[in-house]
Design a protein around this ligand. Structure first.
Ligand SMILES: Cc1cc2nc3c(=O)[nH]c(=O)nc-3n(C[C@H](O)[C@H](O)[C@H](O)COP(=O)(O)O)c2cc1C
Length: 369
């Protein structure tokens, strides 16, 4: 598993890494500059999950990361069309209003005072991206859609490497065609939001074991396996399936340097194989998290709720109030299906352990018969 700048591993060469281990961008405060820098310092690729951050906050976080490490790191964004940012049309506004009324019992339970739905639903992807280009971040990683070909050409011109996220072979081919340098194959086990592109209907939910070899057979760029991978066994399996690297989310969420809420970390550490569920009711986009009252109470309303990012904005104050009160019942605690394998450790210790385990498993698995 040990690699170096002379490595034959394409991801290590592409991103100048010691190990093809990527810490997922996890929007919502988990990926502190300390976590990102610790992962990069340990030879992996740390990623700032900047999807919910303002352009100013992103710029500051990039500078904070650069204070802590000179190694490459990534910044991850949600690719959204500008008109999705705010309720532009009367129909959208009416849908958001009625969904907002449906959420009244939850707001009451958590003492949330809100006069009406928020006027803006999300940060501007275009403005966020402008900061990444201006700061010339080493790697731009993205999810929810393919970056535009102009954006990718500009990244190439500036020396910025790129990673896209696919949940199907079709999405992987679109990403390759657009010109990304590497593709995350996100299996259905994954914690957090599905990267499924808009307009695809119900997500196909292809598991990591089935998805990785199919994407690896279909594209020429390096594939990064993601979803339910927590240890060296998972790394060995991903490599066997044709991936050249692994992106871990949940495994880094419980690290000391992670900014995840203590109740979120505790829920992951205390979880079982049956603890997670997929829901589109919290944010309007399918995401996997620890079963909680929030997910279970919202689920029956799913058909009456708007899509992402409107629904995400409508539940934001509820989730915020729950987090402030330390009440995990109404927090969105995104986590993958292998969450019981998470450890309470530092990022550097986790990476050392992953490498050691992967080497052990790989040398044990010499042959099948
Ligand atoms: C708390 C949390 C937040 C996440 N946020 C993002 C995000 O902002 N951007 C992104 O591309 N993926 C995000 N993901 C998904 C990860 O990129 C990755 O696909 C997933 O964590 C892999 O599954 P695992 O959690 O089992 O390792 C998130 C995952 C978690 C657990």
């Amino acid at each position: 598993m040990q690699t170096s700048s002379k490595s034959t591993n394409r991801l290590c060469r592409l991103f100048q890494l010691e190990y093809p281990i990527i810490q997922a961008g996890m929007a919502g405060g988990t990926t502190t500059p300390a976590l990102v820098a610790a992962v990069s310092e340990a030879g992996g690729l740390g990623t700032l999950g900047a999807g919910y951050m303002s352009p100013e906050a992103i710029r500051q976080a990039i500078r904070d990361i650069r204070e802590l490490t000179a190694r490459p790191f990534a910044v991850n964004l949600f690719i959204l069309q500008e008109p999705e940012r705010a309720p532009g049309e009367a129909q959208q506004r009416a849908q958001a209003d009625s969904a907002w009324h449906l959420l009244a019992p939850l707001r009451e339970r958590l003492n949330v005072r809100e006069d009406g739905p928020p006027a803006v639903w999300s940060e501007s992807y275009r403005d966020q991206l402008a900061v990444l280009l201006d700061e010339r971040v080493p790697v731009f990683s993205s999810t929810f859609d393919a970056p535009g070909t102009d954006t990718l050409a500009e990244c190439t011109r500036l020396g910025i490497r790129t990673i896209g996220t696919a949940t199907t072979v079709r999405e992987a081919l679109l990403l390759q065609q657009a010109g990304v340098d590497a593709i995350v194959a996100q299996g259905a086990e994954a914690g957090g939001h599905r990267g499924t592109f808009p307009g695809e209907g119900e997500p196909p939910l292809i598991g990591t074991m089935a998805l990785v070899p199919q994407i690896a057979d279909s594209v020429q760029v390096p594939v990064i396996a993601s979803g339910g991978i927590m240890d060296g066994r998972g790394i060995a399996a991903a490599l066997a399936l044709g991936a050249e690297g692994v992106q871990f989310g949940t495994a880094f969420l419980t690290c000391t340097e992670s900014g995840a809420h203590p109740a979120h970390k505790a829920a992951v550490l205390g979880s079982s194989d049956e603890s997670t569920m997929l829901s589109r009711a919290v944010s309007g986009k399918y995401a996997r998290g620890i079963r909680s009252r929030l997910l279970e109470e919202l689920e029956p309303l799913a058909g009456q709720l708007p899509g992402y990012p409107a629904q995400n904005a409508l539940t934001q104050e509820i989730r915020r109030a729950a987090a402030k009160a330390g009440n995990p019942d109404y927090m969105a605690m995104w986590a993958g299906q292998a969450s019981p394998l998470a450890l309470k450790t530092t990022a550097a210790e986790l990476i050392a352990r992953l490498i050691g385990e992967a080497d052990q498993v790989l040398s044990r698995l010499q042959r099948f018969t």
